[in-house]
Write a protein that binds this ligand. Structure first.
Ligand SMILES: [Zn+2]
Length: 481
């Protein structure tokens, strides 16, 4: 998935400080950006196991078990996985081939690390997606995944020059619209009338442009619904782009004439997968279990580097490390499919789990968005669906104390909206861990759920390393208990 602007600026002259103080030793890691040769420097943490961490308030007081984990955790390795997920594969939409490619990659790695790895299939709803591209290949980056309407032309492709009809009122549609692809501001209450006007004016495609959201939020790409046309779909493709894509399209059109291709695809009869990987501990097949998890799917048009590629690669890197050191409890990794459509994968997993298996689980560490480079995201949140603390939050709090991160972590805070909720709904100790704005866990970075959720624009390797260390130490302490 290519980034949106063809003039690539390095994301940060200096990396966002994890806490407040800046590290003294640092190496720059280069990352290829969207296939183009441009590279972007990502500061990589180069602290030693016993060094005081950036933002920490004292040098770490590590247990021997902590050292075993920390000495091996590498955000550089994790980054290699993230490149595959968010650049080679790109958006990973529940049940589609892109999500399956990611599942195969993840399962292959866990299998390679020596875990007993399985794929758990479950049915999911149809998806309607589109590719928006410029046939001339100029600008080179204009090749975006966007949402398609299920109530308009599907499995089709149109190429035409573009005109902007603004709000799309009757007077905005002149004869000039015939044979064109029209850009229209999306207003939910007007969408059906506007779409009908476009068809009547002879337009061959319609691109809905979402209104800007209040910063730091930005609108995502979407599949417009036209319920009035459900019975007889419109004869032209209708798509919904993201806020950043809207601005890019209008900027391009203001600079020169623009020709676009819209190719829509219906993805029907879909199966999504959870990836499960297990290593039995000394306590045997009926002994306690500790789980570490993340979701590996993303939303339409988003490469999902931070949401939730970061949590997924945290799991892969931790799996590599925990495979080589002794554990008492069984260590199990869960990579959930179709989280973005409503925690579908994790809820399916929990539903299929017999009570005896539920009772074995000591804690589930969910990692959703654990490495944003957004400067204001200086707080590491402990999110519990019930608002109560539990084994997972307790172990992370203790690990933060040992690592010197106490001041940076939040008190246990009530919030669901990620896969930990599926476990807490049936009384299993679980929590979600995530870097977000200081004041509230609702303060998410601007690239969230957008085409800009890329490694270059939204990943801090230092925050990834800290997240891996906190979860690694907490998980290993649980697995050794
Ligand atoms: Zn997420």
């Amino acid at each position: 998935m290519s980034s949106l602007d063809d003039t690539v600026t390095p994301p940060h002259e200096s990396s966002p400080s994890v806490g407040s103080s800046i590290l003294n030793r640092r190496r720059m890691l280069t990352v290829a950006l969207g296939g183009a040769a441009a590279t972007v420097a990502l500061p990589a943490p180069a602290w030693a196991t016993t060094d005081q961490r950036p933002g920490a308030h004292h040098p770490p007081k590590l247990t021997p078990d902590d050292r075993k984990v920390i000495a091996q955790l590498s955000s550089r390795r994790a980054l290699e996985h993230l490149k595959v997920l968010s650049e080679d594969i790109g958006p990973r939409i529940g049940g589609t081939a892109s999500e399956r490619r990611a599942a195969n990659y993840i399962a292959g790695k866990l299998d390679h690390f020596g875990y007993h790895t399985t794929l758990q299939p479950f049915p999911v709803a149809d998806k309607f997606l589109a590719q928006l591209s410029s046939p001339a290949g100029l600008p080179t980056d204009l090749n975006w995944q966007v949402g398609a309407s299920a109530h308009a032309a599907l499995d089709t492709s149109v190429t035409a020059s573009v005109i902007d009809v603004g709000a799309g009122s009757a007077s905005d549609f002149s004869a000039e619209a015939a044979g064109k692809i029209v850009l229209v501001d999306y207003v939910a209450a007007q969408r059906e009338q506007v779409a009908a006007r476009a068809v009547a004016a002879g337009a061959v495609g319609l691109v809905f442009l979402p209104a800007d959201l209040v910063e730091p939020r930005r609108a995502s790409a979407f599949s417009p619904t036209l319920p009035g046309s459900a019975a007889s779909p419109l004869p032209i493709p209708v798509v919904g782009v993201a806020q950043a894509q809207k601005h890019r399209l209008r900027a391009l059109l203001a600079a020169r004439p623009l020709t676009l291709t819209i190719a829509t695809t219906a993805h029907r009869g879909l199966t999504s997968y959870n990836v499960l990987a297990e290593r039995q501990g000394r306590s045997g097949p009926d002994g306690p279990v500790v789980m570490v998890s993340a979701h590996y799917d993303s939303v339409i048009g988003a490469p999902g580097a931070n949401d939730d590629g970061s949590g997924t690669v945290l799991c892969l890197e931790l799996a590599r490390v925990l495979k080589a050191i002794p554990v008492n409890a069984t260590v199990r990794f869960g990579l959930w499919g179709s989280e973005e459509q409503g925690l579908i994968g994790s809820r399916y997993y929990v539903r299929e789990l017999p009570q005896t298996e539920r009772d074995r689980i000591l804690a589930v560490y969910q990692n959703d968005m654990v490495a944003t480079s957004w400067d204001p995201a200086t707080r590491y949140w402990l999110l519990s669906f019930t608002g109560q603390s539990n084994r997972a939050t307790d172990e992370v709090t203790a690990a933060a104390q040992r690592l010197g991160y106490q001041p940076q972590i939040s008190p246990v805070t009530q919030r669901g909206a990620s896969d930990h909720q599926s476990f807490q709904e049936v009384g299993i100790a679980s929590a979600n861990f995530s870097w977000r704005g200081e004041e509230s866990p609702a303060l998410l970075e601007p690239p969230y759920h957008s085409p800009e959720d890329t490694i270059a624009k939204n990943i801090s390797l230092e925050r990834l390393q800290v997240s891996m260390e906190l979860i690694g130490c907490a998980t290993y302490a649980t697995a050794r208990s």
